[in-house]
Write a protein that binds this ligand. Structure first.
Ligand SMILES: [Zn+2]
Length: 74
């Protein structure tokens, strides 16, 4: 599994799946495992999220995926 480091403290980011409260759509959240204030990113592309959920029981993300890099929030 590729590990994505926090830009602040370089520790691995935790990857979790959550659902939007209003939209009820699943999205993937990346958060710094040390302190959530360091970094938080959301992947909301529904096709991509669905593909991830289908293919991975334990979520691992390819770091070279264009959707992944394109959808992340600053
Ligand atoms: Zn951090």
């Amino acid at each position: 599994m590729n590990t994505i480091g926090c830009p602040i403290c370089s520790k691995p980011l935790s990857v979790t799946v959550a659902k939007g409260r209003k939209s009820n759509k699943p999205f993937i959240m990346l958060k710094c495992g040390v302190d959530g204030r360091h970094f938080r990113g959301f992947i909301t592309d529904q096709d991509f999220v669905r593909r991830i959920l289908q293919n991975h029981a334990n979520i691992s993300l390819p770091s070279n995926d264009k959707n992944f890099l394109g959808s992340i929030s600053p």
